[in-house]
Design a protein around this ligand. Structure first.
Ligand code: PMP
Length: 285
């Protein structure tokens, strides 16, 4: 695989970052994941806009190559021959060769920029989406700025492991009885024909797939309600699903052992998955 590091395209075995990099020492970094379908970037503008916002919120400089990011994404997709898969991008605050809680001088310390691709054949026509996910609920003990897409992914990663240990696929995070989001996705329930999902705030990541799916749902005259919902309400819902750039719309068929509907992906989730795959390709670049 060819990867990109700080201005250079290199074989992955030759790409290096300093051990003093604040991304490594302090999780002082942000990231984006853009999906690739038919060799094209899905929702790219949304990911770029959110990256810019994450950098601003953390007082992090834009990397020099910021304006070239679309070309860098495309070049990696091209050289690595990605038809279906992902482009991962990470920006960290870099390093001045020391470890200090105080941020290094932005005049002399440049951010680190890394990109690589992952090939995921079968991402659109996914067997997992046909079965639907079983999820568990766990306490949301993450920090208070979940709207910033940082690389602090230890707890979400532990949540996934807890789900696997329970024979499930994923976990939903719960705070004060209300579902915030999934470990790596936004969470929705469906009652009748109404799609219910938590509104945007600092409590959740502002999913790029969420924005697109809600837009497509409204355009298709489906009813959308952005409000808090409890994990108990979720267990009584007709259906549930999650959205993310890497899994699009993923039906949820079981929550904490409670089977939703007949235990197969619901019709709203299936329809939204179809609409999203079709519509997002139209604006793919
Ligand atoms: N919430 C969290 C916590 C996530 O990690 C992700 C995906 N990285 C999402 C939601 C979904 O965001 P997007 O649709 O932009 O992938």
């Amino acid at each position: 695989r060819t990867v990109y590091v700080n201005g250079q395209y290199l074989p992955e075995t030759e790409a290096t970052v300093s051990i003093f990099d604040r991304g490594f020492l302090m999780a002082d970094g942000v990231y984006e994941v853009t999906s690739v379908l038919q060799g094209k970037l899905i929702d790219f503008d949304g990911h770029l806009a959110r990256l810019e916002r994450s950098l601003t919120e953390l007082d992090m400089q834009k990397p020099d190559a910021f304006d070239d990011l679309v070309e860098i994404h495309r070049e990696l997709v091209r050289v690595n021959q990605i038809d279906e898969g992902l482009v991962y991008l990470q920006v960290t605050r870099g390093s001045d060769g020391d470890r200090d809680f105080v941020f290094p001088d932005p005049e002399t310390t440049k951010p680190t920029l890394v990109l690589f691709t992952q090939s995921k054949p079968g991402m659109a026509d996914s067997p997992a989406a046909k079965k639907g996910n079983k999820i568990i609920s766990i306490d949301d003990i993450r920090w208070g700025r979940r709207d910033i897409k940082t690389v602090q992914l230890l707890y979400p990663s532990m949540g996934k492991m807890m789900a696997k240990a329970a024979g499930c696929d994923d976990a939903w995070l719960v705070e004060d009885g209300h579902v915030t989001e999934g470990t790596s996705n936004n969470a929705y329930i469906v009652k009748g024909n109404k799609i219910i999902t938590r509104g945007l705030s600092n409590d959740i990541l502002h999913g790029i797939t969420r924005a697109a799916v809600l837009r497509f749902a409204r355009e298709a005259q489906m009813e959308v309600e952005e409000r808090l919902f409890t994990i108990d309400e979720a267990k009584q819902a007709d259906e549930a699903f999650t959205t993310s750039a890497s899994a699009f719309v993923m039906p949820v068929v079981e929550i904490d052992g409670v089977v939703l509907g007949d235990g197969t992906p619901g019709k709203v989730a299936r329809r939204l998955r179809e609409i999203y795959l079709e519509e997002s390709l139209k604006s793919a670049i």
